[in-house]
Design a protein around this ligand. Structure first.
Ligand SMILES: *Cc1c(COP(=O)(O)O)cnc(C)c1O
Length: 463
């Protein structure tokens, strides 16, 4: 179970059930299309290729570990979300999943908007040319400096997360002679993760203003009174790695209920509703994520139905997928360093990265799969655990996996579905140098985030 908080809120454990990999897969060389980026396959020699580039060449040219990102897949997924929601809705990519200037440009070109939640993310977005009005600014404790930069830049919306922030943003906007578009993030008492949702008592978290006890209604009252603010809608984000739409159904019902109360009390119909992100992806072959068009259809129907019931004009919907766009587009390429069989237990396979490039396994007990990618093998499957090189026994990348028994130092293995919350959560633990992100496309590979050097590391240490 989850032991720690997720950036999206507490208890958002990306936890799958026990008992995966109870039996080895029929073919260890097969690459399950569910978990690998679209252009991944094996060439005639059995070497894995992505975007027309083979992993041996990638390892030689860029070193390991490295995140290898399939640009065509990223663009296709971004476009699929955009198309699914159409002109009547907005798709905000959640930058915290993975953000770089190249990614911002792709999003811009594909017609998506962008969520940021810190001054650093805002700076990246603006530097890469995302129009400010297409940026939403999130966070439960934005500093006055961050708020000032966001208002000055002219961001399309700031998502207000507390009573103090309502006043803070209004004050900043007024002092800059502006009126800032805002949404209020509420907690609807629904918490969703993986395959289930829980509909009680999940207001016990740091994000948002509880709907319960009339707090959200009070926040709306205050926001409507302040002339530095233009309240455009209500925001709700219920969790992460969600497969089941019923949590969204309850959330939409409660958000629309609030819109109705606002109409009845203030005579205003807020024009927008944001249902957040959190849509799940396949980390292993057991996960069955929904396609964007199914999600769009379901969400649109839910909101339309709820609004008809409440006799409200259907507001413009926005969603904020992060993981569902970038997660499946990348894999982490590692070189095997040591292979240590433990009699009667399993074989520990140590790679040249670990919890510094993928903290999710240690943080959430997240499950991943892994494959030998520099060659195929006809050897028997062996039960393995892929671990990193850090001074920590919890430094596990893939907890349970089958790899061929002839695996040896120097082999390249890859962990798919590491596009989201891996590079963005990477650390310098043990003074590790954070790996590069290499984008591949049509036979070409280019670094979009370069590998850290010891010089980068030591530059901060002023002695
Ligand atoms: C984290 C977050 C998202 C994105 O979540 P994913 O699971 O990556 O889709 C969207 N909106 C908000 C407010 C978030 O905090």
């Amino acid at each position: 179970m989850s032991r720690s908080a997720h950036p999206a809120g507490p208890r958002h454990a990306d936890v799958l059930s026990e008992g995966h990999y109870a039996a080895p897969p029929a073919d260890l060389n097969a690459l399950d299309q569910k978990v690998w980026a679209q252009t991944v396959g094996r060439d005639a020699d059995g070497v894995v290729t992505v975007g027309g580039v083979d992993v041996k060449r990638l390892a030689e040219e860029f070193g390991t570990p490295a995140y290898i990102l399939d640009e065509a897949d990223f663009r296709a997924r971004a476009r699929a979300w955009r198309t699914a929601f159409g002109a009547g809705a907005d798709v905000f990519y959640a930058g915290k999943a993975f953000l770089s200037r190249a990614v911002v440009r792709w999003l811009h070109e594909e017609g998506l908007n962008l969520d940021v939640c810190s001054g650093g993310e805002l700076a990246t977005a603006l530097l890469a040319g995302m129009p400010a009005e297409r940026i939403a600014f999130h966070g439960n404790n934005k500093s006055t400096e961050e708020i000032t930069r966001a208002v000055e830049a002219g961001v399309g919306r700031i998502v207000l997360d507390s009573f103090q922030e309502i006043v803070r943003v209004a004050h900043v906007a007024r002092s800059l002679g502006k009126r800032q578009k805002v949404q209020i993030r509420i907690t609807v008492g629904v918490e969703a993760h993986t395959h289930e949702f829980i509909a009680t008592a999940h207001e016990d978290q740091k994000f948002g203003i509880p709907l319960a006890g009339g707090q959200a209604a009070e926040a709306v009252r205050r926001a409507l009174q302040l002339d530095g603010l233009e309240l455009i809608g209500i925001h709700s984000h219920i969790g992460s790695q969600i497969f089941d739409m019923s949590g969204f159904e309850v959330a939409a019902h409660r958000v629309v209920g609030l819109l109705k109360d606002i109409r009845d009390e203030h005579g205003v119909e807020l024009p927008e509703i944001d249902l957040g992100g959190g849509l799940g992806i396949a980390y292993t072959g057991d996960d069955d994520p929904r396609e964007p068009h199914e999600i769009a259809k379901a969400l649109t129907e839910i909101v339309t139905r709820e609004c008809e019931g409440a006799r409200l004009r259907t507001p413009r919907i926005s969603v904020e997928p992060g993981r569902a766009i970038v997660g499946p587009t990348a894999f982490t390429l590692y070189e095997v360093g040591t292979v240590k069989p433990l009699e009667g237990l399993r074989t520990y396979v140590s790679v040249d990265g670990g919890m510094s490039d993928n903290i999710r396994t240690a943080l959430y007990d997240a499950e991943y799969s892994v494959a030998l990618v520099s060659r195929t093998s006809d050897a028997q499957p062996m039960l393995a655990r892929v671990v990193g090189k850090h001074c920590e026994s919890g430094d596990i990348v893939v907890k349970d996996a089958f790899l061929p028994a002839d695996l040896a130092p120097g082999d390249l293995i890859a962990v798919p579905a590491t596009g989201a919350y891996c590079r963005s959560m990477a650390s310098n633990y043990n003074h590790a140098l954070r790996p590069p992100v290499v984008a591949v496309h049509d036979g070409e590979a280019r670094v979009i985030v370069r590998r850290e050097t010891e010089e980068d590391l030591l530059r901060l240490d002023v002695g």
